[in-house]
Ligand binder design. Structure first.
Ligand code: HMG
Ligand code: MG
Length: 302
């Protein structure tokens, strides 16, 4: 199959990227990051999570961040809502999309959202129903689709099961996540194929953490399958608090460079994106975790 001519990237930096930061990041810095990302041409941004502040203290300012956004027409703003309480808190903030998040591994489900896979589906069902009644799109994230920090390798059949359960409760799109970045191209393709048994090509996306440096290769492997939507994180920010040692998502800068090099359209201005990554990295007191950003910043300095 030929590669897709156009790819949509969802920058999850403000949410997945920042949720694991130990020191509090000011709400204004999160808002500025979203603004810089939309200025760089991102058309979908995962802004925050309406989760328990005891579990993820960094996301406690979810409503404040959403309220501070200067929304741009044509940009979609997504938030995570694990249960009805989270959905009810998110609703007044007018998200364009909500994300329920489950896992292909029982142990990860327990650690991350404190319930079994079956219980999570029961919890998600009324959230999906309420969101759709309000005309809000529902995405489902499936964590640990190739490997789990507690259970090891995960069979594609487990991914297929969760994709089927999500489909049955009305989840409209599924994201296939390699939470701990252990996947390699064939394994990630098998996980994606499992999701594609229940969802069309236009309603699946890849979400690859880059812990083992395989995320770009995994992205390319999915492009070869025709997948054209991916979650990425500016400056490679992030990690999941319940996946110890897992590093951030593949850097948006690196994926944009790859895609543009392949002649694939993204609508993203790489220079402005590098500026966005440098700005938030400055707030965090470190350098961007992106090879492309580093190369471009070095070139500018030289
Ligand atoms: P629980 O403790 O089982 O929930 O947590 P509960 O219903 O028993 O409630 C316990 C307390 O939490 C109560 O408060 C509730 O009010 C409160 P208390 O009476 O003790 O004061 N509570 C909430 N507060 C605010 N917002 C809410 C909410 N729900 C309950 N929505 C829960 C269950 C899911 C809430 C909890 O486990 C949680 O918040 N987990 C967060 C997990 C998380 O955010 N993980 C990171 C995001 S997922 C991820 O990164 C993976 C992804 O990137 C894909 C990938 O890479 O794999 C998406
Ligand atoms: Mg993630």
């Amino acid at each position: 199959m030929s590669l897709p001519p156009r790819v949509k990237l969802v920058d999850v930096g403000p949410r997945d990227g920042l949720q694991n930061e130990k020191a509090p990041v000011p709400a204004q810095a999160k808002i500025d990051l979203v603004h810089r990302l939309q200025d760089a041409g991102l058309r979908e941004i995962e802004v925050t999570s309406f989760v328990s502040p005891k579990w993820v203290p960094q996301m406690a300012d979810a409503a404040e961040v959403m309220a501070g956004l200067q929304r741009r027409p044509g940009v979609r703003y997504a938030v995570l809502t694990p249960n009805l309480k989270g959905f009810e808190a998110a609703l007044p903030c007018r998200p364009d999309e909500i994300v329920v998040f489950g896992a292909a591994s029982e142990a990860f489900s327990q650690k991350n959202i404190n319930c079994s896979i079956a219980e999570s589906i029961e919890r998600f069902a009324p959230v999906v129903q309420a969101a759709r009644a309000h005309g809000i799109k529902v995405r489902g994230a499936i964590s640990t689709t190739v490997g789990c920090p507690y259970e090891g390798e995960i069979a594609p059949a487990r991914v297929e099961l969760v994709a089927r359960l999500m489909k049955e409760i009305g989840v409209q799109h599924v994201g296939v996540a390699d939470t701990i970045g252990v996947g390699t191209p064939r394994k990630v393709q098998a996980a994606m194929e499992a999701a594609l048994r229940h969802y069309p090509l236009d309603e699946v996306s890849g979400h690859f953490h880059d812990t083992y440096g395989q995320a770009l290769a995994n992205t390319y492997a999915c492009l070869e399958m025709g997948v054209w939507q991916f979650d990425t994180s500016v400056a490679g920010l992030g990690g999941c608090p319940y996946a110890k040692g897992a590093t951030g998502n593949v850097a948006t800068e690196d994926v944009v460079y790859l895609l543009h090099g392949l002649g694939i359209e993204t609508g993203i201005d790489l220079d402005a994106l590098v500026d966005a990554g440098a700005a938030i990295s400055g707030v965090l007191g470190r350098k961007p975790n992106s090879r492309v950003a580093t190369a471009i910043l070095n070139k500018r300095a030289g």
